[in-house]
Design a protein around this ligand. Structure first.
Ligand code: F6R
Ligand code: MG
Ligand code: MG
Length: 381
């Protein structure tokens, strides 16, 4: 046991009421019971259980470091318990994200999404956790970039001497399972060249350049790549530390005032605006969306979680939500057409191979079409 505190945010969709909408309160209670017992036994210091859309969010603090089997095992147990409730109530998609029957020491690659950050607590340790539904980890690329590398978003990059050197980005390639560390502002254009493809390159960690302090972590699990078949979008989480030589809370929230287009929404197969919402609106309705994100504000005190404050519960984000609704309306009008519908390589469910198979004998070379289907031939039928 060291002095360092680890904040672990582990999430999974293990079933919900009336489609992929939101979990039942009894599922949250079941997960809470498991974590409360673990707190009693000093396995964790503190915890909070909530949800965004159909994903249960376990927010835990402990002294065991990242990727610890006790903590991942605990999360697994909590999700199993919530699954049991889901099965009992015949909720929808019970146990969806638990890809395996047995836990093997680490939840990575087993379905749940994970963001963990080990820290030496500063004198005051303000932290924001972000939790999104109906989208993918790359949805955080644009906001994280703007928080840590865009002076038009973050005044501190220009004004605060502690941040003036900039930040280092670890960019993870989900297809190849490899990462690259890049410096901003020097390599900003190269960072953008990668992370502008959010389905493949994901900002995984951000460090302050002056002292390598770990400032942000994003979950990078892509469930469908893990499972090799459609099992829902990856509904990411992120942890961002704030203030005192890091971006201020207001600078961390600022990029979310723009509801940028992300992949996900209905059937994990559509682009739509990411709408920042308070916890009470963290449920998805219209066309199973639009994709939503909540921001919970905390202070960590000797591992205790002080909070949360519901940061998007503010009229200052009303216009963003209104704009998101207008964008949602505009995108919906495209129906099954790209760019509302994702490109074939990104679609979660796809009937395209079977449609092509069915039509394979009916495809003819264009020249033949010209010969066979003359305008007059068509008219004569
Ligand atoms: C997207 C999502 C939902 C479902 C949709 C169909 O991540 O969870 O949009 O894809 O409700 O669900 P199934 O195929 O389970 O009927
Ligand atoms: Mg679901
Ligand atoms: Mg979900």
């Amino acid at each position: 046991m060291g002095d360092k505190i680890t904040l672990s945010v582990i999430k999974a969709d293990v079933g919900s009421i009336a489609g992929h909408h939101m979990p039942h309160p009894d599922q949250l209670a079941a997960a809470t019971k498991i974590l409360a017992e673990a707190k009693q036994k000093d396995i964790i210091v503190d915890f909070y259980v909530t949800h965004v859309g159909d994903d249960i969010q376990l927010i835990m603090t402990h002294r065991k470091g990242v990727d610890h089997p006790d903590i991942h095992g605990l999360a697994w147990e909590a999700f199993k318990s919530a699954t049991k409730v889901a099965k009992e109530l015949k909720l929808y998609a019970a146990g969806q994200d638990l890809l395996s029957e047995a836990f093997s020491g680490n939840v990575r690659g087993m379905g749940p999404g994970v963001a963990e950050l080990e820290m030496e607590e500063r004198e005051a340790e303000p932290v924001i956790t972000f939790h999104a539904d109906k989208t993918e980890p790359g949805a955080f690329n644009m906001p994280i970039y703007r928080i840590f590398a865009d002076p038009f978003n973050t005044a501190g990059l220009v004004i605060d001497p502690k941040m003036h050197d900039g930040f280092m980005f670890e960019v993870y390639d989900v297809f190849e399972g490899r990462s690259v560390l890049m410096k901003t502002p020097e390599e900003s254009y190269d960072v953008l060249a990668l992370i502008g493809t959010p389905g493949r390159y994901i900002v995984r960690r951000v460090y302050r350049k002056s002292d390598n302090l770990l400032a942000a972590v994003v979950s990078v699990e892509r469930l469908n790549l893990t499972a090799g078949r459609y099992v829902g979008k990856d509904d990411p989480v992120a942890i961002v530390r704030a203030q005192h030589g890091l971006p201020a809370v207001g600078e961390v929230l600022e990029p979310f005032s723009f509801p940028h287009l992300v992949a996900g929404w209905m059937r994990g197969s559509h682009h739509g605006p990411l709408m920042p919402v308070p916890m009470r609106y963290a449920k998805v309705t219209r066309f199973d969306g639009p994709p939503r994100v909540i921001a919970l504000g905390w202070n960590i005190s000797k591992g205790r979680l002080i909070g949360p404050v519901d940061l998007f519960d503010d009229v200052a984000f009303d216009e963003t939500r209104r704009l998101a609704e207008m964008i949602a309306e505009y995108m919906r009008r495209h129906g099954p057409f790209m760019p509302h519908r994702l490109g074939p390589e990104e679609m979660e469910y796809t009937t395209l191979p079977s449609v092509l198979e069915k039509l394979k004998d009916r495809f003819v070379k264009t020249e033949e079409v010209k010969v066979v289907k003359k305008h007059s031939d068509l008219l004569s039928h």
